[in-house]
Design a protein around this ligand. Structure first.
Ligand SMILES: [Zn+2]
Ligand SMILES: [Zn+2]
Length: 220
């Protein structure tokens, strides 16, 4: 285990990396934080003037703001896949070094993480979304709320066709009613792709009494 943390191996490409570095220099240079945002809704864009995923109506109107830290490209994909499907303590360390918080314009009453299925906890040692949520909860000094549960086993979204993803997560979550002072929620997940999972969770949070819902993801 210690070997894994302290080996000079890059957790994204397995190339050589400095012992305490998050990633090797090349992967680090390929990692793109977002610099451009939609002029209408502030959704992160890959390049200036790119068509906005959110304004195209693919995401729930109940989401007020979405914050994404990095582009979901090769380096991030490799990192997250390694982390989800293998025991990789070095990746936890890496992820912690790469996380930062955007300038939130709202104060939140609590953080909710998109839950991984309990069965998956046996095969997956770290849920990357939990690491991001713990960091945000600590920095913002707000609680992590465990109201949202996965109630049905679903296939991994990454293993099925985009068109079927909405059906796959339908009624997969249940959210226990929030206490009356809980209004503003920050919903955290690792990756945003089609938005099917996020939309489903947002509907549940809304039904459970959430007022404003913003979303924070590591990559999109
Ligand atoms: Zn690398
Ligand atoms: Zn937009």
């Amino acid at each position: 285990m210690l070997n894994e943390i302290f080996s000079g191996k890059c957790p994204a490409c397995s190339g050589a990396a400095a012992i305490n570095a998050a990633l090797c220099d090349e992967c680090m240079s390929l990692l793109h934080p977002f610099n451009y945002f939609c002029g209408r809704c502030a959704f992160p864009l890959l390049w200036p003037g790119a068509s906005c995923y959110r304004c195209k109506g693919k995401l729930s109107k109940r989401i007020t703001n979405i914050y994404a830290l990095y582009h979901y490209d090769k380096v991030v994909r490799n990192m997250i896949l390694q982390m989800k499907f293998h025991y990789h303590i070095r990746l936890k360390y890496t992820l912690k070094q790469l996380i930062f918080l955007p300038n939130f314009i709202t104060k939140y009453d609590g953080i909710v993480t998109v839950p991984s299925h309990f069965l998956r906890h046996f095969v997956r040692f770290y849920h990357p979304a939990d690491i991001l949520a713990e960091y945000a909860a600590y920095k913002l000094n707000i609680p992590i709320l465990h109201n949202l549960k996965r109630v049905r086993y679903t296939k991994f979204q990454s293993h099925i066709l985009r068109a079927d993803r909405k059906e796959n997560v339908k009624k997969a979550f249940y959210c226990k009613k929030f206490k009356s002072h809980i209004k503003n929620i920050l919903l955290v997940d690792d990756i945003l792709t089609t938005g099917a999972t996020i939309n489903e969770c947002v509907n549940e949070l809304y039904t459970a009494g959430a007022g404003r819902i913003d979303v924070l993801v590591f990559a999109k």
